[in-house]
Design a protein around this ligand. Structure first.
Ligand SMILES: NC(=O)c1ccc[n+]([C@@H]2O[C@H](COP(=O)([O-])OP(=O)(O)OC[C@H]3O[C@@H](n4cnc5c(N)ncnc54)[C@H](OP(=O)(O)O)[C@@H]3O)[C@@H](O)[C@H]2O)c1
Length: 327
Protein backbone atom coordinates (compact mmCIF):
# COMPACT_ATOMS: atom_id res chain seq x y z
CA UNK A 1 0.00 0.00 0.00
CA UNK A 2 1.02 3.65 -0.33
CA UNK A 3 1.94 5.74 2.68
CA UNK A 4 3.73 8.95 3.50
CA UNK A 5 7.13 8.37 5.06
CA UNK A 6 8.93 10.81 7.33
CA UNK A 7 12.60 10.23 6.39
CA UNK A 8 14.01 12.84 8.77
CA UNK A 9 12.79 15.39 11.30
CA UNK A 10 13.09 19.08 10.60
CA UNK A 11 11.41 22.32 9.74
CA UNK A 12 10.60 21.31 7.07
CA UNK A 13 10.74 17.52 7.65
CA UNK A 14 11.77 15.24 4.78
CA UNK A 15 8.59 13.51 3.57
CA UNK A 16 8.12 11.04 0.66
CA UNK A 17 5.33 8.80 -0.59
CA UNK A 18 6.52 5.19 -0.34
CA UNK A 19 5.27 1.67 -0.95
CA UNK A 20 5.07 -0.03 2.49
CA UNK A 21 3.69 -3.28 3.94
CA UNK A 22 0.05 -3.16 5.04
CA UNK A 23 -0.27 -3.15 8.86
CA UNK A 24 -1.90 -6.14 10.53
CA UNK A 25 -4.42 -5.50 13.32
CA UNK A 26 -3.38 -7.13 16.60
CA UNK A 27 -5.69 -8.12 19.46
CA UNK A 28 -8.20 -5.36 20.18
CA UNK A 29 -7.21 -3.39 17.07
CA UNK A 30 -8.94 -2.39 13.83
CA UNK A 31 -7.55 -2.12 10.30
CA UNK A 32 -9.02 1.05 8.78
CA UNK A 33 -9.17 2.27 5.16
CA UNK A 34 -8.12 5.88 5.74
CA UNK A 35 -10.07 8.65 4.00
CA UNK A 36 -8.95 11.77 5.86
CA UNK A 37 -6.33 12.78 8.41
CA UNK A 38 -6.75 15.66 10.87
CA UNK A 39 -3.79 17.88 11.72
CA UNK A 40 -2.96 19.77 14.89
CA UNK A 41 -0.10 21.58 16.56
CA UNK A 42 1.06 18.12 17.71
CA UNK A 43 1.95 17.08 14.12
CA UNK A 44 4.06 20.20 13.59
CA UNK A 45 5.87 19.64 16.89
CA UNK A 46 6.40 15.89 16.24
CA UNK A 47 7.64 16.26 12.65
CA UNK A 48 9.77 19.22 13.69
CA UNK A 49 11.53 16.82 16.08
CA UNK A 50 10.40 18.84 19.11
CA UNK A 51 8.07 16.26 20.74
CA UNK A 52 9.12 14.34 23.86
CA UNK A 53 8.80 11.04 21.96
CA UNK A 54 10.65 10.65 18.65
CA UNK A 55 9.77 7.60 16.56
CA UNK A 56 12.82 6.37 14.61
CA UNK A 57 12.60 7.48 10.91
CA UNK A 58 11.44 6.29 8.49
CA UNK A 59 7.95 6.22 9.98
CA UNK A 60 4.44 7.01 8.77
CA UNK A 61 3.13 10.19 10.46
CA UNK A 62 -0.50 11.04 11.21
CA UNK A 63 -2.31 10.74 14.54
CA UNK A 64 -5.95 11.43 13.86
CA UNK A 65 -7.95 9.76 11.09
CA UNK A 66 -11.37 8.88 9.73
CA UNK A 67 -12.25 5.93 7.53
CA UNK A 68 -13.95 2.56 7.30
CA UNK A 69 -13.10 -0.55 9.33
CA UNK A 70 -11.80 -3.31 7.02
CA UNK A 71 -10.96 -5.96 9.63
CA UNK A 72 -10.65 -6.44 13.38
CA UNK A 73 -7.95 -8.31 15.31
CA UNK A 74 -8.46 -11.04 17.87
CA UNK A 75 -11.16 -10.19 20.41
CA UNK A 76 -12.66 -7.44 18.22
CA UNK A 77 -16.38 -7.48 17.38
CA UNK A 78 -16.69 -8.66 13.71
CA UNK A 79 -19.91 -6.58 13.45
CA UNK A 80 -17.64 -3.51 13.40
CA UNK A 81 -16.30 -4.41 9.95
CA UNK A 82 -17.71 -1.80 7.56
CA UNK A 83 -18.32 0.79 10.29
CA UNK A 84 -17.21 4.37 9.69
CA UNK A 85 -15.00 5.58 12.53
CA UNK A 86 -12.88 8.46 13.74
CA UNK A 87 -9.75 7.12 15.42
CA UNK A 88 -6.47 8.05 17.09
CA UNK A 89 -3.17 6.31 16.35
CA UNK A 90 0.03 7.94 17.62
CA UNK A 91 1.58 7.53 14.13
CA UNK A 92 0.60 5.67 10.95
CA UNK A 93 -2.53 7.56 9.81
CA UNK A 94 -1.07 9.01 6.58
CA UNK A 95 -1.41 5.75 4.69
CA UNK A 96 -4.02 3.99 2.60
CA UNK A 97 -4.65 1.73 5.58
CA UNK A 98 -3.85 2.22 9.27
CA UNK A 99 -4.28 0.33 12.52
CA UNK A 100 -5.84 1.82 15.67
CA UNK A 101 -6.97 0.32 18.96
CA UNK A 102 -10.73 -0.27 18.92
CA UNK A 103 -10.86 1.52 22.27
CA UNK A 104 -9.45 4.60 20.51
CA UNK A 105 -12.18 4.65 17.84
CA UNK A 106 -15.50 6.49 17.91
CA UNK A 107 -18.28 5.54 15.47
CA UNK A 108 -18.79 8.51 13.15
CA UNK A 109 -22.15 10.27 13.47
CA UNK A 110 -24.22 9.14 10.42
CA UNK A 111 -24.50 12.53 8.70
CA UNK A 112 -20.85 13.47 9.22
CA UNK A 113 -18.42 13.45 6.24
CA UNK A 114 -14.96 11.89 6.59
CA UNK A 115 -13.10 15.22 6.69
CA UNK A 116 -15.18 16.51 9.59
CA UNK A 117 -14.89 13.14 11.36
CA UNK A 118 -11.09 13.33 11.04
CA UNK A 119 -11.14 16.76 12.67
CA UNK A 120 -13.17 16.16 15.82
CA UNK A 121 -11.72 13.42 17.96
CA UNK A 122 -8.45 14.76 19.37
CA UNK A 123 -9.45 18.37 19.96
CA UNK A 124 -12.99 17.77 21.27
CA UNK A 125 -12.18 14.71 23.39
CA UNK A 126 -9.18 16.53 24.90
CA UNK A 127 -11.34 19.55 25.68
CA UNK A 128 -14.18 17.48 27.17
CA UNK A 129 -11.70 15.48 29.24
CA UNK A 130 -9.98 18.71 30.35
CA UNK A 131 -13.06 20.70 31.31
CA UNK A 132 -15.40 18.01 32.61
CA UNK A 133 -13.16 15.23 33.98
CA UNK A 134 -10.08 17.21 35.09
CA UNK A 135 -11.63 20.64 35.71
CA UNK A 136 -15.00 19.52 37.15
CA UNK A 137 -16.55 22.43 35.28
CA UNK A 138 -20.11 23.37 36.32
CA UNK A 139 -22.74 25.21 34.27
CA UNK A 140 -22.51 28.96 34.81
CA UNK A 141 -18.74 28.98 35.34
CA UNK A 142 -16.46 31.28 33.35
CA UNK A 143 -13.67 29.72 31.29
CA UNK A 144 -10.65 31.51 29.84
CA UNK A 145 -9.46 29.62 26.72
CA UNK A 146 -5.91 30.50 25.63
CA UNK A 147 -5.02 29.96 21.96
CA UNK A 148 -8.76 30.12 21.20
CA UNK A 149 -8.26 30.00 17.41
CA UNK A 150 -6.08 26.86 17.54
CA UNK A 151 -7.44 23.35 17.05
CA UNK A 152 -7.76 22.56 20.78
CA UNK A 153 -8.81 26.12 21.66
CA UNK A 154 -11.62 26.22 19.09
CA UNK A 155 -13.00 22.89 20.31
CA UNK A 156 -12.66 24.00 23.94
CA UNK A 157 -14.82 27.06 23.25
CA UNK A 158 -17.53 24.75 21.82
CA UNK A 159 -17.28 22.27 24.71
CA UNK A 160 -17.33 25.00 27.38
CA UNK A 161 -20.46 26.51 25.79
CA UNK A 162 -22.04 23.03 25.54
CA UNK A 163 -21.41 22.56 29.28
CA UNK A 164 -23.25 25.82 30.01
CA UNK A 165 -20.22 28.04 30.60
CA UNK A 166 -19.37 31.63 29.79
CA UNK A 167 -16.28 31.75 27.58
CA UNK A 168 -13.57 34.35 27.25
CA UNK A 169 -11.30 33.35 24.36
CA UNK A 170 -7.82 34.81 24.09
CA UNK A 171 -5.67 34.95 20.96
CA UNK A 172 -3.00 37.05 19.28
CA UNK A 173 -4.59 38.80 16.28
CA UNK A 174 -7.81 40.40 15.11
CA UNK A 175 -8.35 37.57 12.60
CA UNK A 176 -7.97 34.96 15.34
CA UNK A 177 -10.26 36.84 17.72
CA UNK A 178 -12.91 36.95 15.01
CA UNK A 179 -12.51 33.18 14.57
CA UNK A 180 -13.01 32.75 18.35
CA UNK A 181 -16.27 34.70 18.14
CA UNK A 182 -17.32 32.43 15.27
CA UNK A 183 -16.63 29.42 17.51
CA UNK A 184 -19.08 30.88 20.06
CA UNK A 185 -16.91 32.81 22.54
CA UNK A 186 -18.89 35.31 24.63
CA UNK A 187 -15.92 37.68 24.98
CA UNK A 188 -12.50 37.90 23.36
CA UNK A 189 -9.23 39.37 24.54
CA UNK A 190 -6.06 40.05 22.55
CA UNK A 191 -3.11 38.81 24.58
CA UNK A 192 -0.78 40.60 22.19
CA UNK A 193 -1.82 43.69 24.21
CA UNK A 194 0.64 43.98 27.14
CA UNK A 195 -2.29 45.16 29.27
CA UNK A 196 -4.44 42.13 28.42
CA UNK A 197 -4.90 40.99 32.01
CA UNK A 198 -6.39 44.31 33.02
CA UNK A 199 -8.74 44.13 30.00
CA UNK A 200 -9.74 40.61 31.06
CA UNK A 201 -10.36 41.67 34.66
CA UNK A 202 -12.62 44.45 33.36
CA UNK A 203 -14.67 41.81 31.52
CA UNK A 204 -14.98 39.20 34.25
CA UNK A 205 -14.86 41.15 37.51
CA UNK A 206 -13.64 38.78 40.21
CA UNK A 207 -11.79 36.50 37.78
CA UNK A 208 -12.38 33.28 35.87
CA UNK A 209 -13.21 29.83 37.27
CA UNK A 210 -11.10 27.87 34.81
CA UNK A 211 -8.21 28.46 32.45
CA UNK A 212 -7.75 26.03 29.55
CA UNK A 213 -4.11 26.39 28.54
CA UNK A 214 -2.72 24.68 25.42
CA UNK A 215 -0.11 27.44 24.89
CA UNK A 216 2.12 27.82 27.99
CA UNK A 217 5.06 30.24 27.83
CA UNK A 218 4.61 33.78 29.13
CA UNK A 219 0.81 33.54 29.07
CA UNK A 220 0.35 30.92 31.77
CA UNK A 221 1.27 32.96 34.84
CA UNK A 222 -0.93 36.01 34.10
CA UNK A 223 -3.74 33.57 33.19
CA UNK A 224 -3.29 31.74 36.51
CA UNK A 225 -3.32 35.07 38.35
CA UNK A 226 -6.71 35.77 36.71
CA UNK A 227 -8.38 32.82 38.48
CA UNK A 228 -10.92 33.29 41.25
CA UNK A 229 -10.25 31.54 44.58
CA UNK A 230 -11.01 27.86 43.99
CA UNK A 231 -10.19 28.17 40.29
CA UNK A 232 -8.53 25.46 38.17
CA UNK A 233 -5.75 26.00 35.61
CA UNK A 234 -5.85 23.14 33.10
CA UNK A 235 -2.41 22.45 31.60
CA UNK A 236 -3.07 21.02 28.13
CA UNK A 237 0.08 21.80 26.13
CA UNK A 238 2.93 24.12 25.30
CA UNK A 239 2.31 25.30 21.74
CA UNK A 240 4.52 28.33 22.47
CA UNK A 241 7.46 25.94 22.84
CA UNK A 242 8.17 27.11 26.41
CA UNK A 243 7.19 25.25 29.57
CA UNK A 244 6.33 27.92 32.14
CA UNK A 245 7.31 27.90 35.83
CA UNK A 246 4.60 29.09 38.20
CA UNK A 247 5.67 30.19 41.73
CA UNK A 248 3.96 27.84 44.18
CA UNK A 249 2.85 30.70 46.43
CA UNK A 250 0.28 31.56 43.74
CA UNK A 251 -1.85 28.38 44.11
CA UNK A 252 -1.56 28.84 47.89
CA UNK A 253 -2.67 32.48 47.89
CA UNK A 254 -5.38 31.86 45.31
CA UNK A 255 -6.57 28.58 46.83
CA UNK A 256 -6.46 27.51 43.19
CA UNK A 257 -5.25 24.33 41.48
CA UNK A 258 -2.95 23.51 38.59
CA UNK A 259 -4.33 20.38 36.92
CA UNK A 260 -2.45 18.33 34.33
CA UNK A 261 -4.46 17.16 31.32
CA UNK A 262 -3.12 14.16 29.40
CA UNK A 263 -5.90 12.74 27.28
CA UNK A 264 -3.43 10.44 25.50
CA UNK A 265 -2.38 8.87 28.81
CA UNK A 266 -6.01 8.64 29.98
CA UNK A 267 -6.94 6.92 26.70
CA UNK A 268 -4.12 4.38 27.12
CA UNK A 269 -4.56 3.62 30.82
CA UNK A 270 -8.28 4.14 31.49
CA UNK A 271 -9.81 2.50 28.48
CA UNK A 272 -13.31 2.04 29.89
CA UNK A 273 -13.52 5.59 31.23
CA UNK A 274 -12.31 6.84 27.84
CA UNK A 275 -15.02 4.83 26.07
CA UNK A 276 -17.58 6.51 28.35
CA UNK A 277 -16.03 9.91 27.49
CA UNK A 278 -16.27 9.16 23.75
CA UNK A 279 -19.91 8.03 24.14
CA UNK A 280 -20.67 11.30 25.93
CA UNK A 281 -18.91 13.26 23.16
CA UNK A 282 -20.86 11.39 20.50
CA UNK A 283 -24.13 12.19 22.34
CA UNK A 284 -23.24 15.90 22.38
CA UNK A 285 -22.80 15.77 18.58
CA UNK A 286 -25.90 13.60 17.99
CA UNK A 287 -28.17 15.89 19.97
CA UNK A 288 -26.81 19.00 18.22
CA UNK A 289 -25.64 20.48 21.55
CA UNK A 290 -22.18 20.49 19.99
CA UNK A 291 -21.76 21.50 16.37
CA UNK A 292 -18.33 20.69 14.95
CA UNK A 293 -16.41 23.48 13.28
CA UNK A 294 -16.08 22.65 9.58
CA UNK A 295 -12.41 21.90 8.85
CA UNK A 296 -10.48 23.25 5.89
CA UNK A 297 -9.75 20.33 3.52
CA UNK A 298 -6.42 20.02 1.65
CA UNK A 299 -4.59 17.53 -0.61
CA UNK A 300 -1.55 15.65 0.70
CA UNK A 301 0.72 18.01 -1.25
CA UNK A 302 -0.31 20.87 1.06
CA UNK A 303 1.07 19.15 4.18
CA UNK A 304 4.42 21.01 4.23
CA UNK A 305 2.70 24.39 4.03
CA UNK A 306 0.16 23.45 6.72
CA UNK A 307 2.93 22.34 9.10
CA UNK A 308 4.73 25.63 8.49
CA UNK A 309 1.48 27.54 9.21
CA UNK A 310 1.27 25.84 12.63
CA UNK A 311 4.91 26.58 13.34
CA UNK A 312 4.63 30.23 12.26
CA UNK A 313 1.44 30.69 14.30
CA UNK A 314 -0.60 31.41 11.17
CA UNK A 315 -2.99 28.46 11.42
CA UNK A 316 -6.65 29.27 12.17
CA UNK A 317 -9.16 26.46 12.71
CA UNK A 318 -8.68 22.79 11.91
CA UNK A 319 -6.97 21.59 8.70
CA UNK A 320 -7.63 18.11 7.35
CA UNK A 321 -5.78 16.18 4.62
CA UNK A 322 -8.04 14.21 2.27
CA UNK A 323 -5.89 11.19 1.46
CA UNK A 324 -5.67 10.41 -2.22
CA UNK A 325 -2.27 9.04 -3.21
CA UNK A 326 -3.25 8.83 -6.89
CA UNK A 327 -4.27 12.50 -7.19
N1 LIG B 1 -2.80 17.25 26.79
C1 LIG B 1 -3.41 16.65 25.80
O1 LIG B 1 -4.07 15.63 26.00
C2 LIG B 1 -3.31 17.25 24.43
C3 LIG B 1 -4.15 16.81 23.38
C4 LIG B 1 -4.05 17.44 22.14
C5 LIG B 1 -3.10 18.45 21.95
N2 LIG B 1 -2.28 18.79 22.98
C6 LIG B 1 -1.28 19.86 22.84
O2 LIG B 1 -1.95 21.11 22.84
C7 LIG B 1 -1.13 22.08 22.17
C8 LIG B 1 -1.96 22.86 21.19
O3 LIG B 1 -2.38 22.03 20.13
P1 LIG B 1 -3.27 22.65 18.94
O4 LIG B 1 -3.53 21.53 18.02
O5 LIG B 1 -4.41 23.43 19.48
O6 LIG B 1 -2.21 23.66 18.29
P2 LIG B 1 -2.51 24.92 17.36
O7 LIG B 1 -3.71 24.67 16.53
O8 LIG B 1 -1.24 25.26 16.71
O9 LIG B 1 -2.90 26.06 18.42
C9 LIG B 1 -2.00 26.50 19.38
C10 LIG B 1 -2.15 28.01 19.59
O10 LIG B 1 -1.04 28.40 20.40
C11 LIG B 1 -0.74 29.76 20.13
N3 LIG B 1 0.72 29.94 20.09
C12 LIG B 1 1.42 30.79 20.86
N4 LIG B 1 2.72 30.75 20.60
C13 LIG B 1 2.88 29.86 19.59
C14 LIG B 1 4.02 29.39 18.87
N5 LIG B 1 5.26 29.84 19.14
N6 LIG B 1 3.83 28.47 17.90
C15 LIG B 1 2.60 27.99 17.63
N7 LIG B 1 1.46 28.40 18.30
C16 LIG B 1 1.60 29.33 19.28
C17 LIG B 1 -1.36 30.10 18.78
O11 LIG B 1 -2.38 31.06 19.03
P3 LIG B 1 -2.07 32.62 19.13
O12 LIG B 1 -1.26 33.02 17.92
O13 LIG B 1 -3.42 33.21 19.15
O14 LIG B 1 -1.31 32.78 20.42
C18 LIG B 1 -2.01 28.80 18.30
O15 LIG B 1 -3.28 29.04 17.71
C19 LIG B 1 0.02 21.30 21.53
O16 LIG B 1 1.15 21.45 22.36
C20 LIG B 1 -0.48 19.85 21.55
O17 LIG B 1 0.59 18.91 21.56
C21 LIG B 1 -2.37 18.22 24.20
Amino acid sequence: MKALHCLSYGEPPELRVAEVAEPVPGPGEALIAVEAVGLGGFDAVLLGGRYQERPEPPFVPGRELAGRVLAVGEGGDPALVGARVAAISFTGAMAERAVARLAHCMATPPEMDAATAASILSAYATSLYALETCGRMAAGETVLVLGGAGTVGAAAIGIAKALGGRVVAAASSAEKLEACQGHGADHVVDYGDPDWRRVLTGMVGGGVDLVLDPVGGDLSEPAFRSLRPGGRHLVVGFASGTIPRIPLNLPLLKRASIVGVDWGGFMQRESEANQALLARLRALFDTGVLRPELPTVHPLGALGRLLEDFRARRSVGKPVIRLDFDA
